[in-house]
Write a protein that binds this ligand. Structure first.
Ligand code: DAH
Length: 342
């Protein structure tokens, strides 16, 4: 290999580089000329065959050729990249005036929303919120509520029993009444007790194994059925509208005597009225009654001196009524298409 062959390699390289117009061709060019197994390396490897007195000049010329080729390659590479950028700017332009994507914001679960509405209404009526546990003893859930073992009324609540004998998941918020009275220790009581309840039911459009209840309890001297009626009416009007009529039917619960169920009249202009009220125009919203003397006693109160009323309502049922939701299972399915509507 003679020194002037570097010139030949150099001009061959520059020629072919000129013909390489895209990135793939550029990479191939680099491999061919300057790569590990490329022409330049091969040519430089012929140093051995060069006569001793020409080695230095041969090496210098080779390095010069390499510098020229590398510089030409880098210039061409930059040019191709710049062209590509310009192309993408014109063929696929970014519209910087487009509005940003809105962030999805979380929100309160509809059950939480209605619970808060209920708290607000009862707060105005002078009620405090009191929370008690979801795991209860059989005594609390049944016995102190005037249902001794084997009492047939226990069948009204399909119960989840735990592996610990005598410990159950509460089937209603009513055992909270006992906790509150024991803590109040003889003083007047005016509370609501919201919380989750559990029942061993087959899940269907109308029943779930877990659901909220809101219990109410008022105990004091001279508390009467009229107070119960006034409280429920005030509540129903705030929750369902100022025109609502309240209807009271007699009923049975072991922990109240007398026991009632409360209906409200449903707006006549609501297209769902007939379906919701099964044609009657009235809809049940809660169970209630005057606290049974045995329950007052279990709470540490003397039924000769004080009386009380209690009620239990299902907030999710109220939500279903307000929004004509016909499947209770929607609440805990966590389907955002449902939840987003509230
Ligand atoms: N605990 C009852 C239930 O789960 C509801 C209830 C009815 C609560 C009457 C009360 C009451 O406090 O007085 O079905």
């Amino acid at each position: 290999m003679a020194i002037d062959e570097w010139k030949a390699l150099e001009s061959q390289g520059l020629n072919e580089l000129g013909a390489s117009t895209d990135e793939a061709a550029l990479r191939a060019w680099y491999t061919k000329f300057l790569g590990e197994k490329g022409l330049w390396k091969a040519a430089f490897g012929k140093m051995n065959a060069v006569p001793k007195d020409q080695k230095a000049a041969f090496g210098a010329e080779g390095n010069r050729a390499k510098t020229v080729l590398t510089a030409a390659y880098e210039a061409k590479d930059a040019e191709v990249k710049e062209r590509k950028l310009q192309e993408s700017l014109t063929t696929n332009p970014l519209d910087v005036t487009l509005p940003g994507r809105p962030r999805v914001r979380g929100r309160l679960h509809p059950a939480t929303q209605i619970l808060r509405q209920i708290y607000a209404i009862f707060a105005d009526l002078g009620f405090q919120v009191y929370r008690t546990c979801e795991v209860e003893t059989d005594e609390m859930n049944f016995e102190f509520l005037n249902m001794p073992a084997h009492h047939p009324a226990r069948d009204m609540w399909d119960t989840f029993f735990t592996t610990t004998p005598g410990v159950v998941l509460r089937t209603h918020t009513s055992p909270g009444q006992i906790h509150v009275m024991r803590e109040a220790a003889g003083k007047p009581v005016r509370v609501i007790l919201p919380g989750m309840c559990y029942r061993n039911e087959a899940i269907s459009t109308r029943s779930e194994i877990q659901f909220y209840q809101v219990e109410g309890l008022v105990v004091g001297e001279g508390v009467t059925m009229a107070d119960l009626k006034g409280t429920i009416t005030a509540f129903a009007r705030r929750m369902f509208g100022p025109e609502r009529q309240v209807r009271i039917r007699s009923s049975y619960f072991p922990f109240t005597e007398p026991s009632i169920e409360v209906d409200i009249d449903w707006p006549k202009d609501d297209p769902n009225r007939d379906r919701l009220t099964k044609g009657t125009g009235w809809l049940e919203i809660l169970g209630a009654g005057m606290v049974h003397p045995n329950v007052l006693r279990a709470g540490g109160y003397d039924p000769e001196k004080v009386t009380g009323f209690a009620f239990g309502m299902g907030p999710q049922r109220m939500l279903m009524l307000k929004h004509a939701i016909d499947d209770i299972r929607l609440f805990w399915q966590n389907d955002l298409r449902f939840l987003k509507q509230f």
